[in-house]
Design a protein around this ligand. Structure first.
Ligand code: DGP
Length: 113
């Protein structure tokens, strides 16, 4: 699979991995938008939220739970943090392997751009 996030998950491309298990991998974003900016991905290649199937529900719940655990590990849980899934072109998605952005360490504005 010629996908950069699949390659990071297989350790064929370098990344600063902060957590991994049999299902998910969490690593620092290469272009951080906040003091903490981690991406949580499933090892399974799912391109977009729009491509999820019913049987992906538990895995995607684990992605969110991992985001919360990463926020705890990196000390941003109490102040607050943001979880984002960009989906498709208008949603601002650039890498077509589903990923959860975990952003924190500064106050976030709303609405997003
Ligand atoms: P999105 O726009 O939602 O598809 O976010 C993709 C994110 O992936 C973006 O914040 C930058 C990050 N990114 C892209 N390529 C790499 C890479 O090779 N390594 C790492 N660590 N992050 C990457």
């Amino acid at each position: 699979m010629d996908c950069i996030f699949c390659k990071i998950a297989r350790r064929q491309l370098p990344a600063k991995i902060v957590y991994e298990d049999d299902d998910v991998v969490a690593f620092n974003d290469i272009n951080p938008q906040a003091p903490v900016h981690v991406l949580v991905i499933p090892r399974k290649h799912i391109p977009r939220v729009a491509d999820m199937v019913e049987s992906d529900q538990q895995l995607m719940g684990k992605i969110i739970y991992t985001g919360k655990r990463v926020a705890e590990m990196l000390g941003i849980c109490e102040e607050g943090f943001r979880l984002v899934f960009n989906n498709g072109r208008y949603g601002g998605q650039h890498v077509y392997h589903i990923h959860l952005h975990v952003l924190g360490g500064r106050p976030m504005g709303w609405p997003p751009g």
